[in-house]
Design a protein around this ligand. Structure first.
Ligand code: PSV
Ligand code: MN
Length: 397
């Protein structure tokens, strides 16, 4: 007997988890300035506590990605305490993000810097991050490089490519059993002429050159306008090279807006390609779903809850595509019927099934309302206001 919609959605939700970024709870802004929120997190403890709230009310965000410089300013020595804090707040440490873009030495790049001493420092920081990952029990080391140049002729593009391969290989060699290296790409910003790892093809090539534990990370905001992201996803899946996502939405560039706020059908199509791949191959796609957003204006915890709920909803809708029927229509080039398979699933109201899943897991049916009623936000607004206002001119914390 074919499974009912309800059964399909419940099964899909049982397997769906999405990782929160620690930096999504901190004060962030644009290059024009930051609007400080009284309750924003300024320490790793506060970030983990806030992430714990999101998981407590949604039940689908058990892990938190951390950024080494922002979250482990004292390096490896602060790791055991951080792991304990995560446990205290009901979450685990997820992907480890080295930071080789913020220090002054990285003005002209990190692994792509013409100065070998800077390349060595960048590599040393990545190796420290791998050690941190071993101590936190994290599987993924997530690498994003701001490297690039602003003016034609100023950087040797081919030499930098070789230095990148050299550095990534050296880092790959130090990965422990079961660890992975995720290589993220981005077409521009902060570099505005060339970026060393600018697109999925370059990231794929770098990951292949680094070694078998390296995969590509797709940040949905890191594409040119109009680019077909789900095709990139389908190709990477087919090459067994898709390692994870940084989810966010955008209207113009890397806007880091709430997942699905501008184009929910885009997110649905990405999930659809993954689930179709799983249906056709009979294999579970081994992907780290993560959020990478900058909550400049909305309440940070509220926006994160909204994100998690939207991700669940769009994943559930994608699970409702009738894959067997779709494949037949595709094979016969029955265009309208094939497209309708997607549109019907996307139009289905899955919210009653989501509420049912939450009830079955002892979660509130409306996590956002439950969080608001809990008084947590009011409490942290009170407790953290003074510190936040004092730090109003600081950098990312
Ligand atoms: C860069 O824009 C990026 O997407 C990378 O993933 C960084 O780690 C993250 O944002 C933090 O700002
Ligand atoms: Mn990202």
């Amino acid at each position: 007997m074919p499974a009912t919609q309800e059964e399909i959605v419940i099964k899909a939700l049982d397997s769906f988890r999405i990782e929160l970024p620690s930096w999504g709870f901190a004060n962030t802004g644009t290059r024009f300035g930051k609007f400080i929120q009284p309750g924003a997190a300024t320490t790793i403890e506060e970030k983990l506590a806030d992430a714990g709230q999101v998981h407590k009310f949604t039940g689908c965000c058990p892990t938190v990605a951390v950024h080494v410089l922002w979250d482990f300013p004292h390096g490896v020595s602060s790791v055991p305490e951080t792991v304990q804090l995560a446990t205290k707040y009901g979450v685990r440490i997820g992907a480890i993000n080295p930071n080789v873009f913020q220090d002054q030495i990285y003005k002209y790049g990190s692994l792509g810097n013409p100065d070998p001493t800077v390349r060595e420092k960048a590599l040393a920081h990545i190796l420290d991050s791998i050690q941190i990952a071993s101590l936190t029990g994290s599987r993924d080391i997530s690498l994003w490089f701001a490297d690039g140049s602003n003016f034609p002729g100023t950087a040797n593009i081919r030499r930098r490519k070789h230095w990148f391969i050299e550095g990534l290989r050296a880092a790959h060699d130090r990965l422990a059993e079961g660890q992975r290296m995720l290589v993220e790409y981005k077409p521009f910003e902060p570099a505005f002429y060339h970026t060393d790892i600018a697109d999925w093809g370059m990231a794929l090539l770098m990951a292949r050159a680094a070694g078998p534990k390296a995969k590509v990370l797709v940040d949905t905001g890191h594409h040119y306008q109009g680019q077909n992201i789900e095709q990139i996803v389908a190709w990477l899946l087919d090459e067994d090279m898709l390692g994870g996502f940084h989810f966010n939405d955008r209207r113009y560039a890397d806007d880091d807006l709430t997942l699905g706020c501008i184009d929910p059908y885009q997110v649905f199509r990405i999930f659809h390609e993954i689930l179709l791949y799983e249906f056709e191959t009979g294999r579970r796609a081994d992907i780290a779903y993560m959020v990478d957003q900058s909550h400049n204006l909305k309440g940070k915890i509220e926006e994160m809850i909204q994100t998690a709920l939207t991700a669940q909803e769009l994943y559930a809708k994608a699970a409702l595509v009738d894959h067997a029927k779709l494949l037949e229509h595709q094979q016969r080039s029955e265009l309208v019927d094939a497209e309708e398979c997607l549109k019907q699933a996307f139009a289905t109201d899955v919210r009653p099934y989501l509420r049912q899943w939450r009830r079955a897991h002892g979660l509130p049916e409306d996590p956002l309302a439950a969080f608001r009623a809990s008084g947590y936000q009011q409490r942290i607004d009170r407790e953290r206001a003074e510190k936040n206002l004092a730090a109003a001119s600081g950098a990312y914390a």
